[in-house]
Write a protein that binds this ligand. Sequence first.
Ligand SMILES: Cc1cc2nc3c(=O)[nH]c(=O)nc-3n(C[C@H](O)[C@H](O)[C@H](O)COP(=O)(O)OP(=O)(O)OC[C@H]3O[C@@H](n4cnc5c(N)ncnc54)[C@H](O)[C@@H]3O)c2cc1C
Length: 381
Amino acid sequence: MNFLTEEQQLWKDTVERWVDQEIGREYIRKCDVERRFPFEAYEKAAQLGWHRLIIPEADGGDGADIFAYALMCEGLAKYGFDFSAAITGSTFTAMNLVLHGTPEQKKQYLEPFMRGEIRIPISISEPNAGSDAANTQTRAERVGDEYVVNGQKLWCSGAANKDAVILMLVRTEKTDDKRKGLSVFIIPNTTPGLDIRPLSTLARRSITTTEIFLDNVRIPAAQMLGKPGDGWKIIGGEHLQLERIAIAAGYVGNAQGAVTDALRYAHQRVQFGQPIFEFQVLRHMLADMQTQVDAARLLTYRAAEMASQGLPCRKEVAMAKLFASETLQTVSRNGMQIMGGHGMLPDGDMERYFREGMQATVGGGTSQIQRTMISQEMRLR
Ligand SMILES: Cc1cc2nc3c(=O)[nH]c(=O)nc-3n(C[C@H](O)[C@H](O)[C@H](O)COP(=O)(O)OP(=O)(O)OC[C@H]3O[C@@H](n4cnc5c(N)ncnc54)[C@H](O)[C@@H]3O)c2cc1C
């Protein structure tokens, strides 16, 4: 019993089969080792239209629900979260264009995205605005028909890759409430004045995370998404909710991959004349690992289903993100132990899952912040 309808199960199986037959774990591993974006895979997925799965039909997409998107994120992550995020990450950012874009902005950016020609990284974080994301200090000043932007963004995944158009949160006004006075701009990564530098992070090596320096970057005022001061409303609400569902589903897929790999290894590896699976201490570890993954999956499906139905689900999304990320971290660490020395090698894949697990509890809002959000929703009213 896995709570999926026949159609949903078929969709998830289709995605997983595609990863096995059209992509393969060796390709995903190679992109990580070479710190290279999986362009070929993105193109194949885009030819199938998977990147526009949840874009409404009125905007030229497939109009599928968030649950179907979560199943895709899960299926694509079976050999690594980073790969799934590379294929699906632009989609949750593109939804901001759907929800807030003008007809001209949709024509200029959403349409090429749907044709598979551009990707859309999100740039919220800064050196002094991590968990405190609204403490944005990169500032944009209006000069005639343009804004002039100066400052520094940090950790923008995918910004240095070709054909990237960044959605960036910047300050357009100084206000007492730091959440006010923020705006979002649409900024192609080739815009003069941008200096985008890849960072050698532990995880996300394929997408590649960057720091961005902005020196008098001139942006036409027409490239502001929404109105001046709408920035936090756009990013802090629906954007982060959809992002967290997508990444929670990716963590579940990657965590399942880690358990499957560890289980297979435990059956194959012989020590003291028997498969190491026969040692009860390891069998029980594997039992705990699968139980945790199943629990993370159910929390994620609940959040995705509530979001699909348009129900308020701030707490449920935070629970899914929290538990799925910590599950990936735990099961990949245990997977490393079960695989012994072999787990340390790139071709064992487990060290890559373990690195993604370490990133999982930080990116998209740390575990501490998810717990804070959950407990905020638990106050007696
Ligand atoms: C590989 C990678 C990729 C990323 N990709 C992107 C991206 O594409 N776009 C983007 O905008 N950002 C991205 N990020 C940034 C990510 O969202 C931030 O790293 C994250 O929000 C935490 O911010 P920080 O690293 O500044 O940590 P800090 O906020 O400095 O936190 C440090 C520690 O303090 C704790 N802490 C902070 N505040 C509180 C509090 N109020 N209560 C309790 N504990 C607290 C944190 O939980 C953490 O343990 C990425 C980060 C990484 C590492």
